[in-house]
Design a protein around this ligand. Sequence first.
Ligand SMILES: [Zn+2]
Length: 274
Amino acid sequence: MQRQRPTPAYSTALVALAALLLAAAFLNLVPWTTGATVSDPEPETPVSGLPPKPPPVPADRPEPAEEETGPLLFTGNINRLPLEMIVDKLGFLQSPIAGARILMTDGQLPGAPRAYRNGTHEGIDYYNGFAGTPIRKGTPVLAAADGKVIRIDHDYVEMSAAERAKYRRLSAEAEKTPEYILDRFRGRQVWLSHRGQVITRYAHLDTVEQSLSVGDTVEAGRQIGTVGNSGTGPAITGSGDEMHLHFEIWLNGHYLGEGLPPDDIRLILRGILE
Ligand SMILES: [Zn+2]
């Protein structure tokens, strides 16, 4: 039996209906035709066909000079490695204060809460009485390894009491300490970039080495500054309290000790820096 062919009028109606559906789909009016809904936001890909921009690198992650320091020592979060492997990889670092030991309390270690600014401590505090060697205003601060100067604050200006109070208030209101405020609280600083893109930061300095500039190379143990209390409350009042070195070790956007228990951090630091 021969298949019945549609009449010309029926065919015309089918074509018209198909055209209508195509137009509706094109205009994104019929959700089930594209899986999209009318309320969908604009697509990510721009009309020009260029790929979307990568997310910006967070400003609070110090950037090493890759061409100078070679490929990353470790491409993930180094804190996830077994403790002995962390010590092995970072064993080329040495103490930023001659003869200092790791006798810090939990609150002087990375990861400790900092309630006054609604944030977290990212470094190691070398205070007098907790390092086995005197830590005073003027105690030499040394490069923890061969490296390159990527920041040195020759023109540091201390905060005013009003400025510090404002930053403390803004920090308390924020989810965490905003980086530009944290940077002010670190006071006068030197940052060094080492092999494997390891970065060390030295904060609250009283002075920085006059002869050094950004781009200069330094050898391990070279004096880069002196202990002070810049960026702290007593630096404003002039009481002379809070003299200490705040020392940070960074790799691939993570500070050493991030997410680790204090006892593990002390073991790692003793293995690396003592
Ligand atoms: Zn500190």
